[in-house]
Design a protein around this ligand. Structure first.
Ligand code: NAP
Length: 331
Protein backbone atom coordinates (compact mmCIF):
# COMPACT_ATOMS: atom_id res chain seq x y z
CA UNK A 1 0.00 0.00 0.00
CA UNK A 2 1.47 3.37 -1.05
CA UNK A 3 0.84 6.51 1.00
CA UNK A 4 0.38 8.38 -2.25
CA UNK A 5 0.20 7.58 -5.95
CA UNK A 6 1.22 10.42 -8.28
CA UNK A 7 -0.11 10.08 -11.81
CA UNK A 8 2.13 11.81 -14.36
CA UNK A 9 5.86 11.94 -15.08
CA UNK A 10 6.24 15.65 -15.78
CA UNK A 11 7.44 18.67 -13.85
CA UNK A 12 4.48 18.69 -11.40
CA UNK A 13 4.61 14.92 -10.81
CA UNK A 14 8.36 14.75 -10.20
CA UNK A 15 8.24 17.74 -7.84
CA UNK A 16 5.37 16.18 -5.88
CA UNK A 17 7.44 12.99 -5.58
CA UNK A 18 10.54 14.86 -4.34
CA UNK A 19 8.56 16.62 -1.60
CA UNK A 20 6.55 13.51 -0.78
CA UNK A 21 9.75 11.48 -0.29
CA UNK A 22 11.16 14.12 2.05
CA UNK A 23 7.95 13.76 4.10
CA UNK A 24 8.90 10.04 4.26
CA UNK A 25 5.76 8.98 2.40
CA UNK A 26 5.82 5.70 0.50
CA UNK A 27 5.34 7.10 -2.99
CA UNK A 28 4.41 5.67 -6.37
CA UNK A 29 4.93 7.87 -9.43
CA UNK A 30 3.46 6.40 -12.58
CA UNK A 31 2.82 7.54 -16.14
CA UNK A 32 2.95 6.43 -19.75
CA UNK A 33 5.49 8.97 -20.98
CA UNK A 34 8.51 10.41 -19.22
CA UNK A 35 8.95 14.17 -19.05
CA UNK A 36 5.50 15.40 -20.09
CA UNK A 37 5.23 18.68 -21.96
CA UNK A 38 8.67 19.62 -20.64
CA UNK A 39 10.14 17.38 -23.34
CA UNK A 40 8.94 19.80 -26.04
CA UNK A 41 10.64 22.87 -24.53
CA UNK A 42 13.71 23.47 -26.65
CA UNK A 43 15.28 26.30 -24.67
CA UNK A 44 13.94 26.97 -21.19
CA UNK A 45 15.06 30.43 -20.18
CA UNK A 46 12.83 30.96 -17.16
CA UNK A 47 13.67 28.08 -14.82
CA UNK A 48 15.27 29.94 -11.90
CA UNK A 49 18.92 29.07 -11.48
CA UNK A 50 19.47 28.01 -15.08
CA UNK A 51 19.99 30.86 -17.54
CA UNK A 52 19.28 28.41 -20.32
CA UNK A 53 18.52 24.68 -20.22
CA UNK A 54 16.96 22.22 -22.65
CA UNK A 55 13.54 20.92 -21.52
CA UNK A 56 14.47 17.21 -21.89
CA UNK A 57 17.69 17.78 -19.86
CA UNK A 58 15.75 19.55 -17.12
CA UNK A 59 13.18 16.75 -17.01
CA UNK A 60 15.95 14.13 -16.78
CA UNK A 61 17.35 15.99 -13.76
CA UNK A 62 13.88 16.12 -12.17
CA UNK A 63 13.46 12.37 -12.71
CA UNK A 64 16.89 11.54 -11.29
CA UNK A 65 16.17 13.68 -8.25
CA UNK A 66 12.73 12.12 -7.65
CA UNK A 67 13.95 8.55 -8.06
CA UNK A 68 17.03 9.07 -5.88
CA UNK A 69 14.83 8.52 -2.79
CA UNK A 70 14.31 4.97 -1.58
CA UNK A 71 10.69 5.84 -0.71
CA UNK A 72 9.88 6.63 -4.36
CA UNK A 73 9.01 3.90 -6.83
CA UNK A 74 8.57 4.89 -10.48
CA UNK A 75 6.56 2.84 -12.96
CA UNK A 76 6.41 3.56 -16.70
CA UNK A 77 2.85 2.56 -17.49
CA UNK A 78 -0.49 4.01 -18.50
CA UNK A 79 -2.99 4.15 -15.64
CA UNK A 80 -6.17 2.60 -17.01
CA UNK A 81 -8.46 3.17 -14.05
CA UNK A 82 -8.58 4.48 -10.50
CA UNK A 83 -11.42 3.44 -8.22
CA UNK A 84 -12.19 3.96 -4.60
CA UNK A 85 -11.69 0.74 -2.68
CA UNK A 86 -13.47 0.29 0.65
CA UNK A 87 -12.02 2.69 3.20
CA UNK A 88 -10.74 1.49 6.55
CA UNK A 89 -13.83 2.99 8.24
CA UNK A 90 -16.13 1.27 5.77
CA UNK A 91 -14.37 -2.07 6.25
CA UNK A 92 -14.75 -1.63 10.00
CA UNK A 93 -18.47 -0.90 9.57
CA UNK A 94 -18.95 -3.89 7.31
CA UNK A 95 -17.60 -6.14 10.04
CA UNK A 96 -20.00 -4.54 12.56
CA UNK A 97 -23.01 -4.40 10.22
CA UNK A 98 -24.77 -6.90 12.44
CA UNK A 99 -25.10 -3.96 14.85
CA UNK A 100 -27.23 -2.16 12.28
CA UNK A 101 -24.73 0.48 10.96
CA UNK A 102 -24.74 1.24 7.26
CA UNK A 103 -21.89 2.18 4.92
CA UNK A 104 -23.45 5.64 4.38
CA UNK A 105 -23.32 6.35 8.10
CA UNK A 106 -19.61 5.55 8.15
CA UNK A 107 -18.59 8.26 5.67
CA UNK A 108 -16.27 10.74 7.34
CA UNK A 109 -15.47 13.35 4.74
CA UNK A 110 -12.05 14.99 5.10
CA UNK A 111 -10.47 12.23 7.14
CA UNK A 112 -7.67 10.10 5.78
CA UNK A 113 -9.52 6.83 5.52
CA UNK A 114 -9.78 6.42 1.73
CA UNK A 115 -8.12 3.65 -0.20
CA UNK A 116 -7.73 3.91 -3.97
CA UNK A 117 -7.18 0.99 -6.32
CA UNK A 118 -5.16 1.72 -9.47
CA UNK A 119 -5.27 -0.54 -12.50
CA UNK A 120 -2.26 -0.15 -14.78
CA UNK A 121 -1.85 -1.19 -18.39
CA UNK A 122 -1.52 -4.96 -18.55
CA UNK A 123 -3.77 -5.44 -15.51
CA UNK A 124 -1.29 -4.77 -12.70
CA UNK A 125 -3.10 -3.41 -9.64
CA UNK A 126 -1.86 -1.36 -6.69
CA UNK A 127 -3.39 0.55 -3.81
CA UNK A 128 -2.72 3.99 -2.36
CA UNK A 129 -4.12 6.08 0.49
CA UNK A 130 -4.13 9.25 -1.62
CA UNK A 131 -3.86 10.30 -5.26
CA UNK A 132 -2.18 13.27 -6.94
CA UNK A 133 -3.16 13.91 -10.55
CA UNK A 134 -0.26 15.51 -12.41
CA UNK A 135 -1.45 14.29 -15.80
CA UNK A 136 -0.74 17.52 -17.70
CA UNK A 137 -2.41 18.23 -21.01
CA UNK A 138 -2.79 16.92 -24.55
CA UNK A 139 -2.11 18.96 -27.68
CA UNK A 140 -5.27 20.41 -29.21
CA UNK A 141 -6.11 19.51 -32.81
CA UNK A 142 -7.16 22.01 -35.43
CA UNK A 143 -10.01 19.89 -36.76
CA UNK A 144 -9.33 20.82 -40.36
CA UNK A 145 -9.64 18.51 -43.41
CA UNK A 146 -6.36 16.72 -44.12
CA UNK A 147 -5.12 16.96 -40.53
CA UNK A 148 -5.80 13.36 -39.55
CA UNK A 149 -4.96 11.98 -43.01
CA UNK A 150 -1.48 13.54 -42.95
CA UNK A 151 -0.79 13.13 -39.24
CA UNK A 152 2.73 11.72 -39.06
CA UNK A 153 3.11 12.34 -42.83
CA UNK A 154 4.04 15.99 -42.46
CA UNK A 155 1.56 17.04 -39.76
CA UNK A 156 2.92 17.03 -36.20
CA UNK A 157 2.09 18.75 -32.90
CA UNK A 158 5.53 19.79 -31.68
CA UNK A 159 7.55 22.23 -33.79
CA UNK A 160 10.51 22.26 -31.41
CA UNK A 161 10.72 18.43 -31.37
CA UNK A 162 10.19 17.79 -35.08
CA UNK A 163 11.61 20.77 -36.98
CA UNK A 164 15.00 19.10 -37.25
CA UNK A 165 13.45 16.38 -39.47
CA UNK A 166 12.48 19.10 -41.97
CA UNK A 167 15.88 20.75 -42.27
CA UNK A 168 16.29 22.73 -45.48
CA UNK A 169 12.55 22.51 -46.19
CA UNK A 170 9.66 24.99 -46.07
CA UNK A 171 7.25 24.45 -43.17
CA UNK A 172 4.25 26.11 -41.51
CA UNK A 173 3.64 26.63 -37.79
CA UNK A 174 0.04 27.36 -36.81
CA UNK A 175 -0.82 29.34 -33.65
CA UNK A 176 0.16 32.50 -31.80
CA UNK A 177 1.02 31.37 -28.25
CA UNK A 178 4.36 30.47 -26.68
CA UNK A 179 4.45 27.03 -28.28
CA UNK A 180 3.91 28.39 -31.80
CA UNK A 181 6.22 31.40 -31.55
CA UNK A 182 9.00 29.49 -29.78
CA UNK A 183 8.42 26.66 -32.25
CA UNK A 184 8.78 29.01 -35.24
CA UNK A 185 11.97 30.55 -33.84
CA UNK A 186 13.49 27.09 -33.25
CA UNK A 187 12.30 25.72 -36.61
CA UNK A 188 13.91 28.67 -38.39
CA UNK A 189 17.30 27.40 -37.21
CA UNK A 190 17.05 24.28 -39.38
CA UNK A 191 14.26 24.81 -41.93
CA UNK A 192 14.55 26.87 -45.12
CA UNK A 193 11.45 29.02 -44.66
CA UNK A 194 8.95 29.04 -41.78
CA UNK A 195 5.45 30.43 -42.31
CA UNK A 196 3.90 31.37 -38.96
CA UNK A 197 0.16 31.33 -39.57
CA UNK A 198 -1.89 33.01 -36.85
CA UNK A 199 -5.57 33.94 -36.82
CA UNK A 200 -5.00 37.36 -35.21
CA UNK A 201 -2.42 40.11 -35.61
CA UNK A 202 -1.28 39.97 -31.99
CA UNK A 203 0.58 37.20 -30.24
CA UNK A 204 -0.19 35.90 -26.79
CA UNK A 205 3.38 34.55 -26.55
CA UNK A 206 6.02 35.97 -24.22
CA UNK A 207 7.63 39.10 -25.78
CA UNK A 208 11.00 37.31 -25.41
CA UNK A 209 9.98 34.70 -28.00
CA UNK A 210 8.33 37.29 -30.27
CA UNK A 211 11.67 39.18 -30.31
CA UNK A 212 13.57 35.94 -31.02
CA UNK A 213 11.21 35.20 -33.88
CA UNK A 214 11.51 38.68 -35.36
CA UNK A 215 15.31 38.31 -35.47
CA UNK A 216 14.99 35.48 -38.02
CA UNK A 217 14.78 36.63 -41.61
CA UNK A 218 13.47 33.25 -42.82
CA UNK A 219 10.20 33.51 -40.85
CA UNK A 220 7.24 34.81 -42.83
CA UNK A 221 4.31 35.97 -40.70
CA UNK A 222 0.95 35.12 -42.18
CA UNK A 223 -1.42 36.98 -39.89
CA UNK A 224 -5.21 37.20 -39.71
CA UNK A 225 -5.47 33.98 -41.67
CA UNK A 226 -6.85 30.53 -40.84
CA UNK A 227 -5.82 27.24 -42.35
CA UNK A 228 -8.92 25.64 -43.87
CA UNK A 229 -7.30 22.49 -45.26
CA UNK A 230 -4.01 20.62 -45.17
CA UNK A 231 -3.16 19.47 -48.66
CA UNK A 232 -1.11 16.52 -49.73
CA UNK A 233 -0.53 13.53 -51.89
CA UNK A 234 0.63 10.72 -49.62
CA UNK A 235 2.42 13.41 -47.59
CA UNK A 236 1.91 17.10 -46.93
CA UNK A 237 2.38 19.45 -49.87
CA UNK A 238 0.76 22.64 -48.58
CA UNK A 239 -1.91 24.46 -46.60
CA UNK A 240 -4.99 26.25 -47.88
CA UNK A 241 -5.92 29.59 -46.32
CA UNK A 242 -9.29 31.28 -45.79
CA UNK A 243 -7.89 34.51 -47.31
CA UNK A 244 -5.25 35.00 -49.94
CA UNK A 245 -1.69 35.77 -48.85
CA UNK A 246 0.59 37.47 -51.40
CA UNK A 247 -1.96 36.71 -54.12
CA UNK A 248 -2.39 32.97 -53.37
CA UNK A 249 -4.64 30.97 -51.07
CA UNK A 250 -2.23 28.00 -50.92
CA UNK A 251 1.22 28.00 -49.31
CA UNK A 252 3.51 25.19 -50.40
CA UNK A 253 5.12 23.47 -47.40
CA UNK A 254 6.33 19.96 -46.56
CA UNK A 255 5.73 20.15 -42.80
CA UNK A 256 2.86 21.57 -40.73
CA UNK A 257 3.35 22.02 -36.99
CA UNK A 258 0.03 22.58 -35.25
CA UNK A 259 0.56 24.54 -32.03
CA UNK A 260 -2.92 25.77 -31.10
CA UNK A 261 -2.79 25.02 -27.38
CA UNK A 262 -3.67 22.03 -25.23
CA UNK A 263 -6.57 20.46 -23.39
CA UNK A 264 -6.18 19.22 -19.81
CA UNK A 265 -5.74 15.44 -19.52
CA UNK A 266 -8.46 15.19 -16.90
CA UNK A 267 -10.61 12.21 -18.03
CA UNK A 268 -9.27 9.86 -15.37
CA UNK A 269 -9.81 12.47 -12.62
CA UNK A 270 -13.34 13.08 -13.91
CA UNK A 271 -14.04 9.33 -13.80
CA UNK A 272 -13.01 9.32 -10.15
CA UNK A 273 -15.58 12.06 -9.47
CA UNK A 274 -13.36 15.17 -9.38
CA UNK A 275 -15.18 18.39 -10.30
CA UNK A 276 -13.88 20.04 -13.49
CA UNK A 277 -14.30 23.64 -14.61
CA UNK A 278 -16.06 24.57 -17.86
CA UNK A 279 -12.81 24.07 -19.84
CA UNK A 280 -12.11 20.64 -18.33
CA UNK A 281 -9.41 21.60 -15.78
CA UNK A 282 -9.58 19.83 -12.41
CA UNK A 283 -10.85 22.29 -9.84
CA UNK A 284 -8.58 22.62 -6.81
CA UNK A 285 -8.38 24.75 -3.70
CA UNK A 286 -5.35 26.69 -2.49
CA UNK A 287 -4.11 23.37 -1.02
CA UNK A 288 -4.39 21.63 -4.46
CA UNK A 289 -7.16 19.41 -3.03
CA UNK A 290 -9.87 18.37 -5.49
CA UNK A 291 -13.54 17.85 -4.66
CA UNK A 292 -12.81 14.18 -3.81
CA UNK A 293 -11.46 13.36 -0.35
CA UNK A 294 -7.84 12.20 -0.55
CA UNK A 295 -7.38 13.34 -4.17
CA UNK A 296 -5.17 16.27 -5.22
CA UNK A 297 -4.10 17.75 -8.56
CA UNK A 298 -1.07 19.80 -9.67
CA UNK A 299 0.37 21.24 -12.87
CA UNK A 300 -1.30 21.83 -16.24
CA UNK A 301 -4.29 19.57 -15.45
CA UNK A 302 -5.41 21.74 -12.52
CA UNK A 303 -7.13 25.12 -12.59
CA UNK A 304 -4.52 26.60 -10.19
CA UNK A 305 -1.94 29.36 -10.82
CA UNK A 306 -4.38 31.29 -13.01
CA UNK A 307 -3.86 28.66 -15.76
CA UNK A 308 -0.29 29.95 -16.23
CA UNK A 309 1.35 26.75 -17.46
CA UNK A 310 5.04 27.07 -16.64
CA UNK A 311 7.77 24.89 -15.13
CA UNK A 312 7.84 27.21 -12.11
CA UNK A 313 4.07 27.07 -11.48
CA UNK A 314 3.87 23.30 -12.03
CA UNK A 315 6.72 22.76 -9.57
CA UNK A 316 5.10 25.09 -7.02
CA UNK A 317 1.76 23.32 -7.29
CA UNK A 318 3.50 19.95 -6.91
CA UNK A 319 5.20 21.12 -3.70
CA UNK A 320 1.89 22.33 -2.27
CA UNK A 321 0.15 19.07 -3.27
CA UNK A 322 2.77 16.97 -1.44
CA UNK A 323 2.46 19.14 1.67
CA UNK A 324 -1.34 18.73 1.53
CA UNK A 325 -1.06 14.95 1.13
CA UNK A 326 1.22 14.85 4.21
CA UNK A 327 -1.26 16.95 6.22
CA UNK A 328 -4.19 14.83 5.01
CA UNK A 329 -2.50 11.55 5.95
CA UNK A 330 -1.76 12.83 9.44
CA UNK A 331 -5.50 13.33 10.12
P1 NAP B 1 -1.98 28.90 -25.93
O1 NAP B 1 -1.23 29.89 -25.10
O2 NAP B 1 -3.34 28.50 -25.52
O3 NAP B 1 -2.04 29.50 -27.40
C1 NAP B 1 -2.74 28.82 -28.41
C2 NAP B 1 -2.65 29.63 -29.69
O4 NAP B 1 -3.34 28.92 -30.71
C3 NAP B 1 -3.32 31.01 -29.57
O5 NAP B 1 -2.55 31.97 -30.22
C4 NAP B 1 -4.66 30.80 -30.26
O6 NAP B 1 -5.11 31.94 -30.93
C5 NAP B 1 -4.34 29.74 -31.28
N1 NAP B 1 -5.50 28.90 -31.57
C6 NAP B 1 -6.25 28.20 -30.70
N2 NAP B 1 -7.21 27.53 -31.35
C7 NAP B 1 -7.06 27.82 -32.66
C8 NAP B 1 -7.75 27.43 -33.83
N3 NAP B 1 -8.79 26.59 -33.78
N4 NAP B 1 -7.32 27.93 -35.02
C9 NAP B 1 -6.27 28.77 -35.07
N5 NAP B 1 -5.56 29.16 -33.99
C10 NAP B 1 -5.97 28.69 -32.81
O7 NAP B 1 -1.16 27.53 -26.09
P2 NAP B 1 0.41 27.25 -26.08
O8 NAP B 1 1.15 28.21 -26.89
O9 NAP B 1 0.57 25.80 -26.39
O10 NAP B 1 0.80 27.49 -24.56
C11 NAP B 1 0.12 26.74 -23.55
C12 NAP B 1 0.68 27.11 -22.19
O11 NAP B 1 2.02 26.63 -22.11
C13 NAP B 1 0.75 28.61 -21.96
O12 NAP B 1 0.47 28.86 -20.58
C14 NAP B 1 2.16 28.95 -22.27
O13 NAP B 1 2.61 30.09 -21.57
C15 NAP B 1 2.91 27.71 -21.83
N6 NAP B 1 4.14 27.56 -22.62
C16 NAP B 1 5.18 28.31 -22.22
C17 NAP B 1 6.35 28.25 -22.95
C18 NAP B 1 7.49 29.11 -22.50
O14 NAP B 1 7.40 29.72 -21.45
N7 NAP B 1 8.55 29.17 -23.25
C19 NAP B 1 6.46 27.46 -24.07
C20 NAP B 1 5.37 26.72 -24.46
C21 NAP B 1 4.21 26.80 -23.73
P3 NAP B 1 -5.60 33.26 -30.13
O15 NAP B 1 -4.34 33.91 -29.66
O16 NAP B 1 -6.34 34.03 -31.16
O17 NAP B 1 -6.48 32.76 -29.02
Amino acid sequence: MYDTAIIGLGCAGYTTAIYSARYKLKTLIVGAQEGGMGMSAADVGNWPGDIEVRGPDLMERFKNHATSFSDVEMKLSKVEKIEKALSSTELCCLSTSANGRTLEESTTSGEADEIFKLTLEGGEECEAKSIVFATGSNKRHLGTPGEEEFSGKGVTYCATCDAFFYRGKDVAVIGGGDSAVEGAAIAAQSCNKVYLIHRRNEFRAEPYWVDEMEKRDNIVMVLERNVTEILGDGKVTGVKLDKEFEGKDVIDVEGVFIEVGSNPASDIAKDLGCDLDERGFVKVGADQATSVNGVFAAGDVSDASNHFAQFATAAGEGAVAANSVFTYLQK
